[in-house]
Design a protein around this ligand. Structure first.
Ligand code: 0X9
Ligand code: ZN
Length: 436
């Protein structure tokens, strides 16, 4: 890891201790700067600022876009003091955006323009980002088009009463109780490329079946494109960089819980989640006090006996993160998980030259307590659980343009296909071996 990447993680660690500042709903005149520290003392200094200035949002820079700079987002009334410090300490910097709201607006318009070309329930996965309601409409249309192969189950409701739907894809051969691959996305609202990729996977397995029949011969795929339905919808309508759910907390000032800190395995440890509702990694009042994490729990437990591979899609940073998140020690079948991650990372490297890092989330990124993959392995007995952090885009990493979707999802599919094939090979049962 480069020292810049390392700094990114340290900054995140520090910032997670502070009040959430990403809850702004309007980014009018918010500035984005790219900082280019030249030596260690400058790095140390920025690290100190991250501690002293929770309102200088270095969160967006925790994973560099290009391994060089670090991005900072500041409110208009904070820009002068940041600049003063940068100049005083001769830290090279560049203004990337003078008014982030313009980007948010431009992206929204771009998206609307692109979307207008299709009429629901048809969607153009590569041509636009879709809302939760639109995705549900699309999912609901699939069993009609693929009566033997697609099944939509309604697994529960979000806090704001949005239906949480899950799609099962089979090859239609009628064989029951095949092992399962479960994929979820958008546990974090602003990570829009994740649900787009989930939709792309659905299309590969259904519309492009001829090329992917090997993935469905002995496995069923269960896909939940939007876990955090309320937060995701809110990020479309109100606050583009919203992360958490929309359920109020005990603190009237702060709404939302980080779903990926709300799972009931090693929940609420000091290192890895926050008990403070103003924090972006707020863990909730108790484990599973969010209806959306309950639904993922229920799916994991429902398929527990036959769930071989659980993949949770997030962005950003090009990582394949394995359990554990809550401790530096490794789970019993870590080596097998590494073998799967290695297959994915290598396939991507050969296909596009894209570089993914892979290893335990705790070591590679930061500690997490109560994340979904730890629960999957620790409680639901899942053999391989991986958090896939898709590539960065846009100014803040979470906001690729529509025109970037195709490159990101086609590359990512190469990786997921390779990981699925590796899982299928690794956990081949006697029955399958005999048939082969
Ligand atoms: O913090 C998270 O929940 C995930 N990263 S994100 O930027 N998408 O929010 C990472 C969770 C993976 N687990 C560990 N890092 N331990
Ligand atoms: Zn995430």
């Amino acid at each position: 890891m480069t020292s810049y990447a390392l700094l990114g993680w340290v900054l995140l660690g520090l910032l997670l201790q502070f009040d959430c500042i990403l809850a702004w709903q309007d980014y009018k005149d918010y500035k984005v700067y790219e900082l280019q520290p030249h030596d260690d003392s400058q790095l140390q200094l920025i690290r100190k600022w991250a501690q002293e200035h929770p309102d200088w949002d270095l969160l967006g820079s925790r994973r560099s876009h290009n391994d060089k700079g670090l991005r900072v987002l500041v409110a208009p009334n904070q820009a002068e003091s940041l600049l003063k410090q940068l100049r005083a300490h001769r830290i090279e910097h560049q203004l990337l955006s003078d008014d982030l709201s313009l980007l948010v607006k431009a992206q929204r318009e771009d998206n609307q323009r692109n979307k207008a070309r299709f009429t629901l329930p048809l969607i153009d996965v590569l041509g636009a980002f879709y809302t939760h309601a639109e995705i549900n409409e699309y999912l609901d249309s699939l069993p009609q088009r693929y009566p033997q192969r697609a099944l939509v189950k309604h697994f529960g409701w979000s806090y704001e009463r949005r239906p949480l739907k899950v799609l099962t894809i089979t090859n239609g051969d009628g064989r029951a109780n095949k092992p399962v691959i479960f994929i979820d996305a958008a546990m974090h609202a602003r990570e829009w490329i994740a649900p787009s990729f989930a939709l792309y996977i659905i299309q590969q397995l259904l519309d492009n079946y001829a090329e992917n029949a090997d993935l469905l011969k002995d496995y069923d795929w269960v896909i939940m494109p939007v876990v955090n339905a309320d937060g995701y919808e809110f990020s479309h309508t109100d606050s583009r960089y919203w992360r958490k759910t929309r359920k109020p907390t005990w603190d009237p000032e702060n709404i939302g819980t980080d779903l990926n800190r709300n799972f009931g395995y090693m929940w609420g440890l000091e290192d890895g989640a926050s008990p403070d509702p103003s924090n972006e990694t707020y863990q909730g009042e108790h484990a599973f006090d969010q209806p959306e994490s309950q639904v993922v729990r229920d799916i994991l437990l429902h398929y527990s006996d036959r769930l071989t591979f659980y993949l949770s899609l997030h962005s950003y940073g090009n990582y394949l993160l394995l359990p554990w998140g809550h401790t530096s020690s490794l789970p019993p079948n870590f080596d097998e998980m590494m073998q799967v991650a290695d297959a994915g990372a290598m396939a991507i490297l050969y296909a596009t030259n894209g570089i993914y890092s892979y290893g335990s989330g705790y070591h590679l990124m930061y500690a997490t307590s109560g994340d979904s993959t730890d629960y999957a392995v620790g409680v639901a007995n899942v053999s391989v659980a991986i958090t896939m952090e898709l590539p960065a885009g846009g100014f803040m990493g979470f906001d690729p343009w529509v025109s970037h979707i195709e490159d990101i999802v086609t590359e990512s599919w190469v990786g997921v296909r390779a990981m699925a094939l590796e899982v299928i090979k690794l956990y081949q049962t006697e029955a399958q071996t005999n048939v082969n």
